[in-house]
Structures are given as C-alpha cells and as structure tokens.
Write a protein of this length. Structure first.
Length: 205
C-alpha cells in the first residue's frame, strides 16, 4: 500500500461501525484500514502514511483521547476526527484543544462524515507540503559554509553589502561573491524570499 495515496484509518471497538465505515468509504473510492483498538492502530502506525484518522472517543483499554496523546508525543501530523456520543462533547472539545481536527456526534449523516474526511485529507496534504518545504530549506541551509551563514544572517537583517563588508572586515567584492553563493545554494530569487525562508525555519525574525 503506497504512502502517497491517502488512507482513512478507522479505530473503533464496534465491528459493526468499522464495517459500515469501510463500505461507506469504498462507495466513494476512499481506501480505508480498520483497527479494533488503539493499541492495534499504534502497533501498525506509519507516520509517512497520508490520510486521516477517524477515532471513537470511548474505547476499552486505551481510549481515543489517550491515543491522541500518544500521537502528540510522537509529533504526528495526521488529522484526527473523533466520533462522540452526546455525553462526550466536553471531552471532544478538550480533544480539539489538544489538536484534533474535528469531531462528529453520533448518530451522524454519512455525508457529514465524508465532508469532514475530505477536509481532513486536504489538511494533511497541506501540512505535509509545509513540512517538506521546511526540510528542503534546512537542507539548503546545511550546505552553507560558516562565512556564508554569517552573510545570510546579516542579509536577513536588511544590511547592504558595504555594511556587511565592514562588519566582517572583508571587501565588498568578497561579500558580493558570498551573497551570490548564498542565493544560489538557498535557491532564493530575492532577499525577501530569503527572509521568508529563514522565518519559516526559525532562524530569522
């Protein structure tokens, strides 16, 4: 099963619910994997797998809330949709405060669930794209020499070549060469883009 294809992972101790979800998702062309418990899901969980998690908030053993906490500890980005009973609304609100994507009160309409799943899958794609972009920028940053990093830092502070040259005790021509290398290695088309890159990965403010 390819990590590139989004999959809905359903965790519910009720086999009837799991099977109904599988049939519903299959009817609209969405792949799903079903788990009878939180422990079973955690044992099989692949952080690289795209998609979303549909999770019953109350389950024997490890609850849905406890599973969410475990995923948070692992730094997981997968969006979580909780299925809740009426009395579970306060818990669902707490889950949202801890990063859950959405919750759906039982009984719910099939279309309401499918709408939330589609939004969650789209959100997962956005998060992973942003993480991938940050990793790309960090890789570029790691390719800079120490002097190029100094020049980058001063460029993102808005300093001109002449000012940077004076601060580092070198000629403006040397700074021009370093600046060109920084722009090339960082794959930046402008100083503004360079500043945005550095802000994204937390090395400029």
């Amino acid at each position: 099963m390819s990590n590139e294809n989004p999959i809905v992972m359903v965790v519910d101790d009720d086999s009837g619910v799991r099977n109904a979800m599988r049939v519903l998702l299959k009817s609209v062309g969405i792949q799903s994997v079903l788990y009878a418990s939180a422990q079973e899901f955690l044992a099989a969980y692949d952080p690289a797998q795209r998609g979303c998690l549909v999770l019953d908030i109350r389950m024997p053993g490890m609850s849905g809330m406890e599973l969410q906490q475990q995923l948070n500890l692992r730094g997981a980005v997968i969006p979580v949709i909780f299925m809740t009973g009426h009395g579970d609304i306060p818990m669902a609100v707490e889950a949202m405060q801890h990063g859950a994507f959405d919750f759906l009160q039982k009984p719910f309409r099939d279309q309401d669930l499918l709408d939330r799943i589609q939004r969650a899958i789209a959100k997962d794609g956005e998060r992973r794209a942003a993480l991938g972009e940050r990793e790309r920028i960090k890789t570029h940053l790691d390719s800079l020499t120490d002097r190029e990093r100094e020049v980058l830092h001063l460029l993102t502070k808005g300093k001109q070549n002449k000012m940077i040259a004076q601060e580092l005790g070198v000629s403006p021509r040397t700074i021009e060469i370093h600046r060109a290398r920084v722009m090339e290695k960082m794959d930046a088309q402008s100083i503004a883009e360079l500043v945005h890159m550095c802000i994204d990965i937390g090395v400029a403010s």
